[in-house]
Design a protein around this ligand. Sequence first.
Ligand SMILES: Cc1cc2nc3c(=O)[nH]c(=O)nc-3n(C[C@H](O)[C@H](O)[C@H](O)COP(=O)(O)O)c2cc1C
Length: 375
Amino acid sequence: MSQLFSPATLRGLHLRNRAVVAPMCQYSAKDGFANDWHLVHLGRFAIGGFGLVILEAAGVTPEARISYADLGLWQDEHIAPLSRIVDFLHSQGAAAGIQLAHAGRKASTPVTWHDELIKTDAGKIEAGYEQWTPVGPSAVAHNADPAFTTPTALDQAGIDGVIQAFVAAAIRAEKAGFDTVEIHAAHGYLLNQFLSPLANSRTDQYGGSRENRMRLPLQVVEAVRAVWPADKPLLVRISVSDNRPDGWQPEDSVVLSQELKARGVDAVHCSSGGFDGGVINSVANYQVPFSKTVRDGAGIPTIAVGLISTPEEAEAILADGAGDFVALARGALDDPNWAVHARLALDGANYDLWPDPTKRVESMDRSLKRHSFAK
Ligand SMILES: Cc1cc2nc3c(=O)[nH]c(=O)nc-3n(C[C@H](O)[C@H](O)[C@H](O)COP(=O)(O)O)c2cc1C
């Protein structure tokens, strides 16, 4: 059997395979609530054979949202609709994760496809439109684009509040039945803003040295790990590199990942970028070397992500020891059945991942002598 489709275990969580759906904001929630869009969008990945489906960045406070249409986990009322999604993912054999997120200075940005709708008061109500002043490590805007407001620099009480908000959101995620949570410390959002010298110019214990800049992300991880069940894995997503010579570097990520491992993090999801001026050539598998660097350097399981598209590429990443899991975002949108197709491609005519009501595809495939990825 291929490595991609060999089962994996993280703490008490058993995954049917190593194909992961990466978190993808849908900008389709109102007041943070998941709805039928989220159920169907995510449900198709579970039907399509993925081992783990990670729900999009969910704001740990209302101000933590990238936009007013993000998912949220800041109140108990958010639990029930998320629980419905978790139950469905489980019913189809997939594990369920959710990304706990704070956008920091990149919060309160527009939802571009609502531009027309929010021109009227009625439209604003329909969309759930809101705007607010974001917070950040320092009072410096992400860039000059008017979409990004200059943030208020967090004081100690604000920092304590952020930690508590992550904790409360993790407790709600547990109540919703999630198997894992992923702390979002990537893509230039709040925890990444603290890590990176490109956004953090503080002079207190949260700024300056790398050790100080790592303090808040590590405090969040420690506090979440303390309330997250011991038999459930904790994931952290990082930008392994800011892709700028004056920014956070892969060697910083190795040190950070060692600290994450020491605090009970089970896997690091290795992305990159998120700050202005970061340059990387987005070719196939472009971030896989980051995953290998972290995995080798910190001795921690990693999730590789970034333009991974063919089953053979995914298998090679695992076989080469460049990652323990492979995640797809756009590739999963393009083909929600990617995992069942990859199973056929890598392991022969094997339809075990197809749910019973869809199994007739097997006879169809045989008679038509075709399936995706067939040569
Ligand atoms: C529609 C969309 C929404 C995304 N939302 C998130 C998100 O909520 N959290 C996150 O960490 N990354 C997000 N990403 C980044 C993806 O998780 C992934 O890292 C990136 O797209 C690279 O993988 P891919 O080449 O397979 O798409 C998003 C990407 C897309 C395409």
